[in-house]
Design a protein around this ligand. Structure first.
Ligand SMILES: *Cc1c(COP(=O)(O)O)cnc(C)c1O
Length: 243
């Protein structure tokens, strides 16, 4: 590891270098999959990172889309960064008593996994804002998982969510069980893509939110349109300070 320069200029150049590496990985994966360059969006997952790291990622590399998992932490950072034209994505588990601030303060929610949450977000979305972009989170791993609806439940749920007036159902999201095996990674992402293709017979969907630092290549090969990247951009997270 090269020694990091210290101070703000150092933070800036480190983040800029990491972002450039991730963008290169994304472009190479797009090319390898025969997909148009720029067809995959980079969602920077900034949970547990200070507001300053987000500011630098925006200033140094023009990143605009940031994903957060913990509501209070996200609201605090949004206040500190209110001068920047950022788009905020909620990607964490949602408790039903937290839907109002999510409906009021985010542009996207990737982690909708039950109708009650979708109904509350629609009802609580302020009238002066555009519809809230949402993805239905689906469990594509073969084990049961506490987040994400099942593949079997997904079609009826997607159709019900698509009817809600203040939401715009954009597509599907998944967090497969981690695997080092590229074949296994692709198999899980392929299940989400196939579901999306089946639903596209009657719903207008344009988003597959899948792929993280360890498996973005497999996700892009299977059609990801957002990859959600934390560690590869900002370094390892230290938990405990927030949440
Ligand atoms: C933390 C998180 C990510 C980012 O994971 P990395 O492995 O750090 O890239 C992506 N998606 C969700 C839902 C997360 O909670």
């Amino acid at each position: 590891m090269p020694r990091r320069p210290s101070g703000k200029a150092g933070l800036m150049s480190t983040i800029a270098t990491q972002i450039a590496k991730v963008v290169t990985r994304i472009r190479e994966a797009e090319q390898a999959a025969g997909r148009p360059l720029g067809s995959v969006g980079l969602l920077a997952v900034s949970k547990t990172q200070p507001a300053d790291a987000i500011r630098q990622a925006h200033v140094a590399a023009g990143l605009r889309d940031f994903g957060e998992n913990y509501l209070q932490e996200a609201l605090d950072k949004q206040l500190q960064l209110a001068d920047l034209p950022l788009s905020w994505h909620f990607i964490g588990p949602i408790q039903s008593n937290k839907t109002r601030p999510i409906a009021e303060h985010f542009d996207w929610v990737h982690s909708v996994d039950r109708l009650k949450i979708a109904e509350r977000l629609s009802a609580q979305r302020p009238a002066q804002l555009p519809p809230l972009n949402v993805c239905l989170q689906v469990n594509v791993s073969l084990e049961p998982s506490k987040s994400g609806c099942s593949l079997e439940e997904a079609p009826a749920l997607a159709r019900a969510i698509a009817q809600l007036p203040n939401l715009r159902l954009r597509g599907l999201m998944a967090i497969p069980a981690p695997s080092d095996d590229p074949q296994q990674q692709r198999a899980a992402f392929a299940r989400l893509r196939q579901l999306q293709q089946a639903l596209s017979a009657d719903l207008a969907l344009d988003t597959l939110s899948m792929g993280m630092s360890q498996d973005l290549e497999a996700a892009i090969a299977e059609g990801a349109t957002w990859v959600r990247i934390g560690t590869a951009l900002f370094g390892a997270r230290t938990y405990g300070a927030s949440a």
